[in-house]
Every structure is written in structure tokens, then in C-alpha cells.
Write a protein that binds this ligand. Structure first.
Ligand SMILES: Nc1ncnc2c1ncn2[C@@H]1O[C@H](COP(=O)(O)OP(=O)(O)OP(=O)(O)O)[C@@H](O)[C@H]1O
Length: 145
């Protein structure tokens, strides 16, 4: 059976981003290799600087928290690698497992954060945490489809 792009678009998608620390450390390739090794497909990707409005919409749930200002300035500070990843039902969950826990000190060996990240603010990656978040975040970062 073919596994063409048209089929991929119709499948489950999630939003995934390599944050500025991943780009600066030259880890995009290693991180995407780990995603592709699971069989998931990158169907859209771009290296870009995130504007403040997009960053604030993305992290709206954290507004008012002590680390919010630092989080927004970090994510808008230099280019990030934004992607749409497609695969079977629960793709977002497969990606979250690969990422490991938010705090790298608690992330398991074998996960992206457990193996490669240095701190809770510089934790290399973001992935949507539900199917609803995936839809919202894809629309925020890729408004034109
Ligand atoms: N206590 C904290 N201090 C500094 N930064 C934090 C703290 N808690 C969370 N963050 C930052 O905010 C981001 C969003 O936090 P959240 O709890 O949504 O974690 P997450 O869903 O694992 O991360 P992400 O949304 O980036 O995938 C984290 O990735 C981290 O970079």
C-alpha cells in the first residue's frame, strides 16, 4: 500500500518544535532522526524566528507564572525549527514519550530531554500534549494550510 503525502495529511498530526537551544547546539538532525526512527513522518517544517504574538498565544496557559517572561523571551530569541508530524492515532503521545519529562533532571535515559537537555528552561523541544492542543498549535504556527 502506498504511503503518499495525501494519505499523510489525512492522518493524525501533531505540532513539534526544536527550541532555540536545540538549533544553537546543532541538534536538529539528531532530534528529527529520533522522531523518524519511530516511523512518524515530517510533513511540514520551517526554521523561523517566532514573533511575540505567536509565542504568547502558544504559551497562554502559563501567563502570570513567574517564568512566563523568561519563557517568551527565550522562545523568540533566535530561530526555532517548527514542524508538523503525521502518523497513526495518538501521534502526539508517541512524540511526548520520545521527548521525556519537562525537567531534564527527571527525564528518563533514552528520551530526547533525558539524553540531551540541560535545564527546565533549555529543554530543547516542545510537543503538543493532546489532540486538541495539536490542532490549536498547528493553527497558531501554520495558519495557512
Ligand atoms: N518552573 C519552570 N521554570 C522555568 N521554565 C519552566 C518551568 N516550568 C515550565 N517551564 C518551561 O515552560 C515550558 C512549558 O511548560 P509545560 O508545563 O507546558 O511543559 P511541557 O508541555 O513539557 O513543555 P512544552 O510545552 O515546551 O512541550 C517548558 O517546556 C519549560 O521550558
Amino acid at each position: 500500500m502506498g504511503f503518499g503525502l495525501v494519505n499523510l495529511w489525512a492522518m493524525n498530526s501533531t505540532f513539534f518544535m526544536c527550541k532555540p537551544d536545540a538549533v544553537e547546539r546543532g541538534l536538529i538532525g539528531e532530534i528529527i532522526r529520533r522522531i523518524e526512527a519511530t516511523g512518524l513522518k515530517i510533513v511540514r517544517a520551517e526554521l523561523r524566528v517566532v514573533d511575540e504574538a505567536t509565542a504568547k498565544a502558544h504559551y497562554a496557559e502559563h501567563e502570570g507564572k513567574p517564568f512566563f517572561g523568561e519563557l517568551i523571551s527565550f522562545i523568540t530569541s533566535s530561530p526555532v525549527f517548527v514542524t508538523e508530524i503525521s502518523g497513526p492515532d495518538g501521534t502526539w503521545e508517541i512524540v511526548r514519550k520520545l521527548m521525556g519529562k519537562t525537567n531534564p533532571a527527571e527525564a528518563a535515559p533514552g528520551t530526547i530531554r533525558g539524553d540531551l537537555a540541560t535545564s527546565i528552561s533549555a529543554n530543547l523541544v516542545h510537543g503538543s500534549d493532546s489532540a486538541d492542543s495539536a490542532r490549536r498549535e498547528l493553527a497558531n504556527f501554520f495558519p495557512v494550510r
